[in-house]
Ligand binder design. Structure first.
Ligand code: PMP
Length: 407
């Protein structure tokens, strides 16, 4: 392919948006609940104010699948899990976690941030002035020797971001051993918390189920076994299950932490959008149907991800210092390049009309010190555009890293 042929078109591969085909799978949701009868088992009027924790049946369906928790340890509010994470840190900032001082009164608050990682987690840290401590991502999750050392010895380390299944952007699934160590490690700070972001917990690629058995939902249980019941604050949403921006967001934790969280909610709202919760319940119906829906979603993302992989394989297979992740779910691939080349590749790809996630976004403060990681987000593209975009990126890598002239 001659990359100049693409110059007249612009293809945006910068963010992990669901494709129109994916969203079409959830269109029937828009007609729900209609006039269908629904009465919540707890007697809550879902058409009126109230119901701070969310509709019981919806929690019963979603909390075990998305958070690994019983319905009674989950609350639903708003549409965005990121907003709930932000709000939780704000509450820690202003009020403090149970039995601890507000973080606003601490001279410094530090968070462990896994790199490559998710730029919006880093942006929340930046907003609060939380100092970010980078930890490298390994094949089976964060480098736990480094994590344990920081958490055990530094009382200013109060938190850590984790995406235990199909992490953004590497697609990593944490191993059972990593989950166990995260749950059981001693912490110098008594209010150390893991922000467990389950954004991709049911987003497996269907033909890869055998590869995706490790259970990310056991983190809370692992912490409880070690006596750290309050450590894990779990978040999820249906943003990438149904319609982004019109989903349901969930928070889950120990009973004590849930009560702490609901206190904040009580001061903030008279109740969440329960109509949308009921709409999702009527759409998903049960766990088997939800998983079937997610297999259809996963198949669509998988097509694009495998297409990118095949093209990278064709052009970049034997290139020194070049490798890419081969995820079994989630939305992203992570392209690793020779030191000092990622920015140049992204810049040149942009001149050929292919917009990639900003280089550096995978690292704290948007700065990849080695300038070598690019996030590849093909989910929203047509297959034709995926072929064009991946080919342009691959040929650009060849050109920048010394194997071709980008034609
Ligand atoms: N967490 C991760 C790891 C994500 O990749 C995304 C979506 N890009 C989100 C959270 C956003 O979730 P929500 O729509 O629920 O705010």
């Amino acid at each position: 392919m001659n990359v100049e042929r693409c110059a007249h078109r612009r293809i945006d591969m910068s963010r992990g948006l669901p494709s129109p085909e994916q969203i079409a799978l959830s269109r029937p949701l828009l007609n729900l609940p209609g006039e269908l009868p629904f009465a919540s088992s707890d007697g809550q009027d879902w058409l009126n104010y109230g119901g701070l924790q969310g509709v019981a049946e919806v929690r019963e369906l979603l909390a075990p699948i998305l958070l690994g928790l019983p319905a009674c340890q989950c609350a639903m509010g708003g549409n965005s899990s990121l907003a709930l994470m932000h709000q939780t840190l704000a509450q820690a900032w202003i009020k403090g976690f149970p039995g601890a001082l507000p973080w606003a009164q601490a001279p410094r608050i530090r968070f462990l941030c896994i790199e490559p990682g998710y730029d919006r987690h880093f942006a929340i840290c930046e907003y609060f002035g939380i100092e970010m401590v980078p930890v490298p991502m390994c094949a089976d999750g964060p480098d736990m020797d480094i994590v344990e050392r920081h958490v055990a010895t530094d009382a200013s380390v109060r938190g850590m971001w984790c995406v235990p299944r199909h992490a953004n952007p590497t697609g990593t699934i944490y191993s059972a051993a990593t989950i166990e160590r995260l749950g059981s490690m001693p912490s110098a700070a008594k209010d150390f918390r893991i922000i467990c972001d389950n954004a991709y917990v049911v987003h497996d690629f269907p033909q890869d189920e055998a590869r995706t058995q490790a259970d990310a939902l056991t983190l809370h249980a692992a912490a409880c076994r070690a006596g750290h019941e309050d450590r894990v604050l779990a978040f999820a949403s249906t943003s990438k299950m149904t319609i982004p921006g019109a989903g349901i967001a969930l928070f889950g934790a120990s009973p004590r932490m849930l009560e702490w969280w609901l206190q904040g909610q009580r001061a903030r709202t008279v109740g969440p959008d329960k109509v949308n919760q009921v709409r999702h319940l009527l759409f998903f119906r049960d766990a088997a149907n939800l998983h079937a829906h997610m297999r259809r979603q996963g198949a669509l993302v998988q097509l694009r991800v495998r297409c990118v992989e095949q093209i990278f394989q064709r052009y970049l297979d034997d290139m020194e210092g070049v490798s890419w992740s081969s995820p079994s779910g989630g939305y992203f691939l992570c392209l690793r390049l020779p030191v000092g080349t990622a920015r140049d590749v992204a810049h040149r790809a942009a001149t050929h009309g292919i917009q990639l996630t900003k280089p550096g976004a995978t690292h704290c403060h948007g700065l990849d010190p080695e300038d070598r990681y690019l996030r590849i987000a093909p989910s929203q593209l047509s297959l034709d555009d995926t072929v064009v975009a991946a080919t342009v990126v691959a040929r650009t890598v060849e050109a920048v890293c010394g194997k071709g002239d980008a034609r």
